[in-house]
Design a protein around this ligand. Sequence first.
Ligand code: 0PR
Length: 389
Amino acid sequence: MQEKSIPAQEVLKELKTKLEKDLSFNSGKIIGSMCTNPHPIAKKAFCLYIDKNLGDPGLFPATAEMEREVIKALGALLSNPNAVGHIVTGGTEANILALWAARNLSRQEEGKKEVILPVSAHYSFEKAADLLGLKLVKVGLNKNFQINLEEVRKVISSKTLAIVGVAGTTDLGVVDPIPELSEIAEKNDIYLHVDAAFGGFVLPFLKELGYNVPEFDFKLSGVSSITIDPHKMGLAPIPAGGILFRSNELRNAISMRVSYLAGGEMEQATLTGTRSGASLIAVWAVMRCLGWEGYRKVVSHCMFLTEKLVNAIGEVNGVEVVVPPIMNVIGLKSEVFDIKKIAKELRLRGWAVSLFPSHIRIVIMPHVKEEHVESFIKDLKDIVRKMSG
Ligand code: 0PR
């Protein structure tokens, strides 16, 4: 950093040039990300209330009250208006908090260190296990890319601390059989966490839209906690993840009292101390502005475009979808071409797709418009045609 001050106007100009290389959601080229352009009201609210700190709720009691309102609303969306929890930095923190609670709840029971989860689970569980001294027991998938229940039953033992099911996997948007996992968890008295970081803001609306959606939430009595991220399909600015516990007793397992704060004594159950109130207020604002009706429309349009893309892929020789998509996540594979080469060609044409070991992931987020999908299809067809010739 230089010694002398620089006028703000100049710094802003500098920022503009320095950030030119970043992609923008508005370009429509980001077609493999789980984040999107935040809703305008969320951006506005975020900027207006940037100074709020939920780490000292005594200073910001109204913001803290709004967090309870958001959690109650998300709880209602997930079939439990009595759920408790927090808006945190993202799905990673939410997943860590869930396993932290599970570990603390079973602290008395020596040797309970294993977490059973599908190989498709997000890498945040690796971080959680490393931090918490837990061992991940990874289970394979069935032909529908869901956790293999037979294997789950086999690996359960007296060492099992928790089971994780995913409602909207990172790579394919697949939903694990949560009703069966819930039954298994209850029968064996094991903590069940559902990672609906992406699916939480999709599945309830798909259900209302008449799609055949499997149960995945607190309606299932074995579900202890759920991750649901507003900064993915919730149209909120980063950072905004969500962790919901079935009851206060579970949340209390990770809560601690802090007595010296300017706002007075408080108790906290998040990883971070100081944390953004603006994020939470932005989540509140976008939920209020859209209402469930608004989210339903967003999801409905994303699914319309997803289906359009799937149909178009069906017409391209040599490429196919990995599995018919349940939500707005599409896996693209090929038995004929090198999928990495297709990804490379797409990227050369500016398409920011995700690349998994054997497939390309496309996510039709709200910033992806019909013309973007059409132009993507055109490019895909062209690439495949050139590769065939
Ligand atoms: N759980 C699931 C099922 C996820 O898919 C993700 C992230 C997480 C937890 C962790 O959430 P945070 O990243 O909020 O901590 N899913 C996306 C992924 O890894 C995140 C992402 C978002 C990646 C935008 C790229 C991107 O441009 O693919």
